[in-house]
Design a protein around this ligand. Structure first.
Ligand code: ATP
Length: 514
């Protein structure tokens, strides 16, 4: 674990050193849990957004996008339940003065029990080899049975406390499980309190009676309140979806782990409107489809898992998370929720407007049910960055730091380099840049030795380096060096465009999903 933490620290400093992510307001000592994206970060972030947007809106005829405002009528947040219930239970340790989310402390405790069970199973698997019957072992091994029972009891107690909003019980679980503060190591806990996560501000001048408005904590509500506008003007028929990418704001209590938990972040959300009764089928569809979207990137299938929700929000009838294995464990990257007709019904009630859908096939009006897929751009960014980072030992004792980014997401697709800064090589290299730059993010680099230049591109994950040498002037060929294998091949300048395109284009990634 300590080793993993070390790796994570290195990734964070690499992100800064190579212009991916900077602490916000750094020269003023920073602003907690707020980050800025640098010259390479913004390109990669845009590529992630484009991959999501195109996968949703190009590959699904019945999904369209919108871009709604961050400020919305404050009653929207009353209707959605955020004003009254968008709370996290927080608890402080009196010795370290550190603040935690009570639910997260208990979830981590549950994960520890899971780990213990898996360790026993792995040990036995090794011991018994091919003859190992895993199901039998799980059902009969006394130690595994004991951990499993503990886990089930804890899980049941926790789910009940969360559903009942029973803060005393949450605290009691922490005491009974002897959970200690990771900083002070003590069990000196305060009471558990609720804390609302929405940021408030004022709109209008105070003299006319300013109105309290909120910075949206999710983009979804902008979709709900526009669903009928889109349906009518776009002549959409159920089932159909609306996609949106935009900023969201949450005053997170515990902001750690870099861009995993931010106070200002970006979401990519899609609400899929369906006939009542068909929601669980569509929930299953989207659960599978979203995982396919993730896996198509090739970061490693074993890095993903589903996590079904312990506490279903009061409006949901099914919910699961797609978790990704970060250096600090499996963590939620995306949520897929069957939200029933809760949000639309609430908006109908609070606005007093009829926002029912008229179904021409059934010849009746009703409130659609909704499946939501909701993913954080920044968390997605972090998962890509973490799983791509490698410190590679090379033959001859050298090391290189390389980002094995999926080529379609890499900030720079190719770098063109003259071997030396004379003999007309720079001019030839510029010529190639001028041809490629219309289709690919292309860099020109002539400083330092060629080896150093390759390393610089490896460190930002550039899939291809193109080197122009004296032979180029004679036969119009260049060396094309591939990032991961470091293999160099001699190719015709005329073939470069197609070779690069086939490897780095978003189209080839999207085709995997079709
Ligand atoms: P968590 O349990 O980690 O607080 P959540 O379940 O509240 O997350 P959702 O409300 O389902 O998250 O939001 C959907 C997605 O938005 C999450 O899967 C995550 O990728 C992203 N997200 C939520 N909160 C943050 C945050 N503070 N910083 C960065 N991304 C976030």
């Amino acid at each position: 674990m300590a080793q993993q933490e070390d790796v994570f620290k290195k990734i964070v400093s690499h992100a800064k050193e190579y212009g991916f992510v900077f602490q916000s307001s750094e020269i003023y000592d920073g602003l907690a849990a707020v980050y800025d994206y640098g010259q390479n970060g913004v390109e990669m972030k845009n590529n992630i957004k484009r991959y999501w947007w195109d996968a949703m809106t190009l590959l699904h005829e019945n999904i369209v996008g919108i871009d709604s405002a961050i400020f919305m009528h404050p009653t929207i947040w009353k209707a959605s339940g955020h004003v009254d219930a968008f709370n996290d239970p927080l608890i402080d340790n009196r010795d370290s003065k550190k603040r935690y989310r009570a639910d997260v402390l208990i979830e981590e405790d549950l994960a520890k029990l899971d780990d213990k069970i898996e360790k026993e199973v792995a040990k036995a698997k090794k011991r018994f080899g091919d003859s190992f019957d895993e199901d039998m072992f799980r059902q009969t091994n006394p130690r595994v049975m004991e951990y499993t029972k503990q886990r089930e009891d804890l899980h049941e107690r926790f789910a009940k406390a969360m559903n009942d909003n029973n803060l005393d019980e949450l605290r009691q679980i922490i005491i009974d499980r002897e959970i200690v503060c990771p900083i002070s190591g003590t069990k000196n806990w305060t009471e558990v309190r609720q804390f609302n996560l929405m940021f408030k501000t004022e709109m209008g001048s105070t003299a006319d009676g300013a109105m309290t408005v909120y910075l949206r904590p999710e983009t979804a509500q902008g979709i709900f309140v526009n669903y009928l506008n889109v349906q009518k003007t776009g002549r959409m028929r159920l089932p159909f979806g609306i996609a949106q990418i935009g900023k969201a704001f949450r005053n997170e209590i515990v902001a750690r782990q870099f861009i995993f938990r931010m106070r200002e972040f970006e979401q990519m959300e899609m609400q899929f409107f369906v006939r009542p009764g068909q929601e669980l089928e569509w929930f299953e569809y989207w659960k599978q489809w979203r995982l396919r979207w993730h896996k198509a990137l090739g970061l490693g299938d074993s890095k993903y898992r589903y996590h079904d929700h312990d506490k279903l929000a009061h409006y949901a009838n099914a919910a699961t998370d797609i978790e990704f294995e970060m250096p600090f464990g499996f963590k939620e990257v995306e949520g897929i929720h069957s939200r029933t007709n809760f949000d639309l019904s609430q908006h109908e009630k609070f606005s007093g407007k009829n926002i029912k859908y008229f179904d021409p096939e059934l010849n009746e009006s009703y409130t659609p049910y909704v499946i939501e897929t909701s993913i954080g751009v920044d968390r997605m960014f972090l998962s890509v960055l973490c799983s791509s980072y490698e410190e590679q030992k090379l033959e001859g004792g050298d090391t290189r730091v390389v980002l094995h980014l999926p080529a379609a997401l890499a900030p720079v697709k190719c770098a063109v380099m003259p071997l030396v800064r004379k003999d007309g090589l720079p001019e030839k290299a510029q010529e190639i840049v001028n041809d490629l730059k219309f289709d690919f993010a292309t860099r020109y680099d002539e400083k330092d030795s060629i080896g150093k230049r390759y390393r610089r591109q490896d460190a930002i994950g550039t899939p291809f380096c193109i080197t122009v040498d004296h032979q180029t002037l004679e036969d119009s060929t260049v060396t094309l060096r591939e990032r991961d294998s470091m293999e160099q091949t001699r190719v015709n300048i005329a073939d470069l465009h197609k070779l690069i395109h086939d490897n780095v284009s978003l189209t080839s990634l999207l085709r995997k999903l079709a």
